[in-house]
Design a protein around this ligand. Sequence first.
Ligand code: FAD
Length: 509
Amino acid sequence: MIAYLEHFVHGNDTESKPNDDVAGLEGAFHFGAPAAAAKDFGGMKSAAPLAVIRPASGADVARAVRAAARTANLTVAARGNGHSINGQAMAENGLVLDMRAMEEEEDHLSLSHRDGSLYVDVSGGALWEDVLKRCVSQFRVAPRSWTDYLGLTVGGTLSNAGVSGQAFRYGPQTSNVTELEVVTGKGEILVCSEGQNSELFFAALGGLGQFGIITRARVAVQQAPDMVRWIRVVYSEFEEFTSDAEWLVTLQERDGFDYVEGFVFVNSDDPCNGWPTVPVGPNQRFDPARLPARAGPVLYCLELALHYRNEDHPSAVNMEVDRLLGRLGFVEGLKFSVDVTYMEFLLRVKRVEEDAKANGIWDAPHPWLNLFVSKSNIAEFDRQVFKKILKHGVGGPILVYPLLRTKWDSRHSVVVPDSNIFYIIALLRFIPPPPKGPPTEVLVEQNHEIIQLCHNRGFDFKLYLPHYQSQENWMRHYGDKWTRFVDRKATFDPFAILAPGQKIFSRIP
Ligand code: FAD
């Protein structure tokens, strides 16, 4: 192994010293490119690494980073579950760290109390679905803030934000961690929090893996409910949909729903984009006769959930749901609900994954687009994008729901629009691969058209899970936070070793 690294190093830079830092690895080292490390969920990029390391500990991660630092050109990418879209977890001719190997070393969680709150310490390579299962089975607690799909790693979502229907109340997942263990681009292992190495803590959260590799996170948890009333209500008018959604996200805890999301669907019987995608329970049917005559090419659905415990009386749950729904202006008769366990609710996208895997669409290219758009521009976005460009759907969910900026910490690296309420928009395309489906480039082009439209109309918006080809675009993305981003890079990863797949900085020899 070392000889191979030496060869690689000398082949490219005679000044670099061969190193034997990685010699003490507790985990495993694989030369070449195991296929998975060169691919991601997007299925549009491929970059083969020099080697894949399966770290057994933070010390292994540090060894790998230090080994790369002693060369002139090796880079290191932490790979969570590879669910990026644009090669962000890849390292061409570099080292890929398979972070999930660290999770496999840990089975038991440690629960801690501080200032009346509960926390669990989890590996950066843990899948959120495993965190959920362990938290509930060992302590009957659960993290407060989630993503819709839980086959993602803790480090992978904390490097972005981690958003779902709980974020209006608790903020993104990045707002729900109090301490991290991070391996910086200098190969140091540092514990950081608001009070200790705070700049690294804020940098790493939403930092696109640029400042350090998260090997452990302390995540806020709460008592897990037993059951969830899962509800969908339909709107024909965007203004009514947004006004109800915005009212719901401003309600206090115990006074509102525990989860608020929304989506756009096509006003037709299209099985992927239309009416059949709305019902949640068995034997429920969408009755289009209920729709008003003025309904346009697309419709809107609020997706809501209320948590409850087994001992809660059914009539109390019904009363609470009726009280809240009674204030909403959805189309009468287009309400769907089902009672499911809390685990079933949180793992609901697992079923989508299983179906998509069975019909080959999971492994097809996924030209997805995620945006944050200010409340002030969302009606125009609806008119120009949902009602025109996307009026036939995207072959999968089009999410749109409001978030509150007060729940986002501006000291973190992620950037969001300026307004107090902004919307997350996610075009989650699940299209059969060409020739059955349209060429992927056409869909990528449609994404660019939407981004360009946002620029041309001067929208206050940001890409979520951003991806750009040029540093100029990264500068525009970060705006007045760019200098801070660059300074943090110089401090924590001065040779730009980490997360090369984000294509923000070039490796400095
Ligand atoms: P990877 O793709 O493996 O890595 C992403 C980036 O983070 C890379 O740059 C990588 O180098 C870096 N990285 C990975 N691990 C670490 C670490 N430990 N320390 C530092 N850097 C690291 N996002 C949401 O917010 N909400 C959702 O509901 C949601 N649903 C999704 C559903 C699906 C089916 C998919 C494919 C994606 C979804 N996402 C969602 C996006 C997802 O959060 C990001 O793509 C996330 O990065 C994926 O996590 P991962 O573990 O696969 O990370």
